[in-house]
Design a binder for this molecule. Structure first.
Ligand code: 5GP
Length: 207
């Protein structure tokens, strides 16, 4: 069995990457969406262990010290990180793993897992991005400002990514992401096991 793909999905807050990723895993047992740890407070409707693992600063810092995270970053005054548990297992068992993380984390993953697929989601425009963040009504105006600043910084790193998807229409963004994953799976370099088996086979006598 070939190992699963590690797919990094990045993009500014409010761009809709969470919604795209949720669509992808819906009914697809072969794709696992990593659940991050964070010190930010749960939003209304968010559930421990489904949206995030909610931690205190102290608990999060202990996770860093114990080397329990693949990557971590401080984003708008809160810690966010990807727990190692589950990811290795999923990849070894041929499942694709999606990390929906910020740019700082994405760059750490790229460094440590050079075979990962780096995808950046763009909004149709910056104005639309601002409208989406303000419109969801989950953040104070101070937090919105700091997320917009973070977005500017994230856009400056766009050249670190291999693929860009503009999220102007959810279903088309989802199908672009599915297509990228499918194309990556067909890459010769990712199909070593099947190639070894084929090329190692003896030609049948009735060939
Ligand atoms: P939110 O607070 O809106 O859920 O997430 C804020 C930002 O943190 C988003 O850009 C999101 O992708 C990012 N994020 C979520 N989980 C992680 C993680 O595990 N690591 C990193 N580096 N960023 C994360």
């Amino acid at each position: 069995m070939n190992k699963g793909l590690l797919v990094v999905v990045c993009g500014p807050s409010g761009v809709g990457k969470g919604t795209i990723c949720k669509e992808i895993i819906e009914g697809n047992e072969n794709v696992y969406l990593s659940i991050s740890a964070t010190t930010r407070n749960p939003r209304k409707g968010e559930v421990e262990g489904i949206h995030y693992y909610y931690k205190t600063e102290q608990q999060f810092e202990r996770m860093i010290q114990n080397d329990e995270l693949i990557e971590w970053a401080k984003y708008c005054d809160n810690y966010y990180g990807t727990p190692k548990v589950a990811i290795d297992n999923m990849l070894e068992n041929g499942k694709d793993v999606i990390l929906e993380i910020d740019v700082q984390g994405a760059l750490q993953v790229k460094q440590n897992f050079p075979n990962c697929i780096m995808i950046f989601i763009l909004p149709p425009s910056l104005l639309e991005l601002k409208n989406r963040i303000v419109g969801r009504g989950t953040e104070s105006s101070e937090v919105i400002q700091s997320r917009l600043l973070a977005a500017e910084n994230e856009l400056n790193h766009i050249n670190e990514f291999e693929y860009i998807i503009v999220n102007d229409q959810l279903q088309s963004a989802v199908s672009y992401l599915v297509s990228i994953i499918t194309a990556e799976k067909c890459k010769l370099k990712r199909s070593t096991i099947i190639i070894e088996r084929m090329c190692g086979d003896d030609i049948p006598s009735d060939w």
